[in-house]
Design a protein around this ligand. Structure first.
Ligand SMILES: NC(=O)c1ccc[n+]([C@@H]2O[C@H](COP(=O)([O-])OP(=O)(O)OC[C@H]3O[C@@H](n4cnc5c(N)ncnc54)[C@H](OP(=O)(O)O)[C@@H]3O)[C@@H](O)[C@H]2O)c1
Length: 324
């Protein structure tokens, strides 16, 4: 698998990582055996970048990742996050709490250092300088190698970066979620900050396997406007364009969605999520799929934000993110 470097940190990761969230929450019931097989298969096919968070399954996900990949710790780059909490207001970036969150994550992960530690959401009550100042102390203490932020504006990124170098920004980015193209990607490039697109497969949408908006218990997609009713039907019409590029390059539609992201810049490292080993292997294969400039441009045009029906999050969740 090709590798990419995370910003100015020098940390090398596989060009396609693995998002582990759905092994514990969000899109249906967890399946421990399938998840363990998926983690191992990803490693076997060259994935070295694994993404988790303390919030995923309330610690379940970090424990899973730590248990399954513990023996291979030296071979992988482990990214986790703090800042999302169950209690209202749902976010905690208080400087005094950061070390405690980190310690708990280290224990669940069964490691003594986190390679990339993200603030999951900015706490509107706390100046970013204070939260990042506390995160920087973790780097000094050797508990964390590099810092990241998730769903931040360019202005927040600049303020944070002035306190301590930020290695990566993780925000939603895919064919149908392109807000970051307005400014954030350019800000990251200017500051030499890697960009990690989350939900790069549009929560499964671009694979073409999500055919009916009839999600089962525990599947949050039923709350997302793009997956509902008429919006969903309209959005599905765009998939034919992805399928035709996939046929032209001998890849799957999901691989095309990932290759489109990889084509957007050398410091972009998508982290598709799955709890199926064969799909993890398929997604890793996207690193070998190249799209021509014309194919990228045609997908850009097809998925112009004006063509997408419905927002990516329900109203309440949109309020927790920053946009340029
Ligand atoms: N920072 C944040 O706030 C934030 C928010 C959301 C996600 N994330 C991170 O980003 C990662 C990925 O995002 P995501 O899981 O939301 O969305 P995603 O990667 O866009 O899509 C995941 C969905 O696609 C399906 N899928 C994956 N590969 C497939 C394939 N080859 N063929 C068919 N279906 C496939 C999965 O189903 P199966 O599992 O059934 O295969 C799952 O339902 C997460 O794991 C998490 O680490 C971060």
């Amino acid at each position: 698998m090709q590798t990419r470097t995370l910003g100015a940190s020098g940390i090398e990761v596989s060009a396609v990582g693995l998002g582990c969230m759905s092994m514990s929450q969000s899109y249906g019931r967890p399946d421990a055996a399938a998840s363990e097989e998926t983690l191992r298969r990803a490693l076997d096919v060259g994935v070295t970048f694994f993404d988790t968070a303390n919030a995923y399954g309330d610690g379940h996900n970090e424990e899973l990742v730590g248990r399954v990949l513990g023996a291979d710790r030296a071979r992988i780059v482990l990214a986790t996050k703090f800042g999302i909490i169950r209690e209202k207001p749902g976010v905690d970036g208080a400087a005094t709490n950061v070390a405690g969150y980190c310690e708990a994550s280290l224990q669940r992960l069964g490691t003594d250092v986190i390679d990339l530690y993200y603030l999951h959401r900015v706490d509107a009550r706390v100046p970013i300088e204070e939260t990042v100042g506390a995160m920087a102390e973790l780097v000094t203490a050797g508990k964390v190698r590099a810092l990241g932020l998730s769903e931040v504006s360019s202005e927040t990124l600049r303020r944070a970066h002035a306190v301590h170098p930020i290695t990566a920004v993780q925000s939603e980015y895919s064919l149908w979620t392109r807000d970051v193209e307005k400014l954030l990607l350019a800000t990251c490039a200017e500051l030499d900050v890697a960009f990690v697109p989350f939900s790069p497969l549009g929560r499964g949408f671009f694979t073409g396997t999500v055919t009916e908006p009839t999600f089962g218990p525990g599947d949050m997609r039923k709350n997302f406007p793009r997956f509902q009713g008429e919006n969903f039907e309209r959005n599905q019409q765009l998939l034919d364009g992805v399928r035709s590029v996939a046929d032209a390059v001998g890849a799957t539609p999901g691989q095309v969605a990932l290759a489109w992201l990889l084509a957007k810049g050398p410091s972009i490292v998508p982290i598709p999520g799955t709890k199926h080993a064969a799909r993890a292997e398929e997604n890793a294969g996207a690193a070998d799929v190249s799209l021509s400039a014309e194919q990228v441009a045609s997908l850009d045009e097809l998925f112009d934000p004006a063509h997408i029906a419905g927002d990516r999050y329900p109203e309440a969740m949109l309020r927790t993110i920053q946009r340029d």
